[in-house]
Design a protein around this ligand. Structure first.
Ligand code: HEM
Length: 272
């Protein structure tokens, strides 16, 4: 190929790629609901604040719920579905472990009362997560809205994609690389464990506290500020240091435009 045809070939490829990016993400915006649901962010804030006052750990639980949503089919609310057997919720990493579904359902109910059929469950989960992290003293990040909800959810896909506590370092690096994340971003995102709890079965000896038995939970800290207090020893001293990495996580594999649907109930696919 001559150099001028090579140049025009590259130009076409670059232009098409740019067009693709624009069409895929063109509909997303920070103000996506400004006209159709201006009360959205206030509802999310009120509900998340209420949930955190009732139980501070809920912030950590929402953050994990969001990560587990994004890491399977993309941030498409598929983790919230429970209307079919063998959905993501049934995966080993999720069953009897994921929490926060009630908070998302409560927000969705209020949102549907105010602006019916407009706001996706995927966006509600993304907004609630950011709100919770910020309220707990963590970083904020730019959140583009306009995600659509999936109509499918698969236990197998969840088990194939979610890293587990027994994953090797290579396994973790590969799981994150499969979703487009570098090892540095893996470390930054793992700083999420600054907050929250795990079943005692996952705690190593250095972490186990006297009160930790098989029925209870090993804890790091409940908010990002606690984790910075030097007298509170925590083995997870890194914090969720990378707003760009959270931003990237919130844009993994999105459905936009006419893809998917806006579920009326986050737990169920709409039936026509
Ligand atoms: C690097 C791979 C990861 C592995 C192997 C992993 C594994 C785990 C495990 C085993 C638990 C305890 C679950 C339980 O006992 O029920 C946990 C909790 C948690 N994980 Fe991860 N995780 C990973 C990455 C992440 C990421 C990227 C985030 C968020 C950005 C995250 C956020 C959390 C939070 C906040 C909790 C506490 C949840 C609560 O208190 O309810 N994790 N993780």
């Amino acid at each position: 190929m001559g150099s001028s045809s090579m140049t025009s070939h590259c130009f076409v490829v670059v232009t098409l790629s740019l067009l693709y990016v624009t069409t895929t993400y063109g509909q997303l915006s920070q103000n996506f609901y400004a006209e159709n649901c201006p009360v959205l962010e206030r509802i999310v804030q009120t509900e998340v604040s209420g949930a955190l006052s009732a139980e501070k750990r809920m912030g950590a639980s929402l953050l994990r719920l969001f990560f587990h949503d994004c890491f399977v089919q993309g941030c498409d609310g598929s983790v919230l579905l429970n209307d079919a057997p063998d959905s993501e919720r049934d995966a080993d990493a999720n069953a009897n472990s994921l929490r926060g579904f009630d908070v998302i359902d409560a927000i969705k109910t209020k949102v549907e009362t105010n602006c019916p059929g407009v706001v996706s469950c995927a966006d509600i989960l993304a907004l609630a997560t950011r709100e919770a992290v910020v309220e707990l003293g963590g970083p904020s990040w730019t959140l583009l809205l306009g995600r659509r909800d999936s109509t499918t959810s698969s236990k197998k896909l969840a088990e194939d994609n979610l890293p587990g506590p027994s994953s090797s370092l290579d396994g973790l690096v590969t799981a994150f690389a499969n979703k487009g994340f570098t090892p540095t971003e893996l470390v930054a995102l793992s700083g999420a464990h600054t907050i929250g709890m795990a079943k005692c079965e996952f705690a190593d000896e250095g972490q186990v506290r006297p009160e930790c038995n098989l029925d209870s939970l090993a804890m790091t800290a409940l908010d990002f500020a606690d984790a910075r207090v030097p007298t509170t020893p925590t083995r997870h001293s890194s914090t969720l240091t990378s707003p760009p990495a959270m931003n990237k996580l919130s844009e993994v594999g999105l459905l936009t435009g006419d893809e998917g649907q806006i579920r009326l109930n986050c737990n169920k696919v709409n039936v026509n």
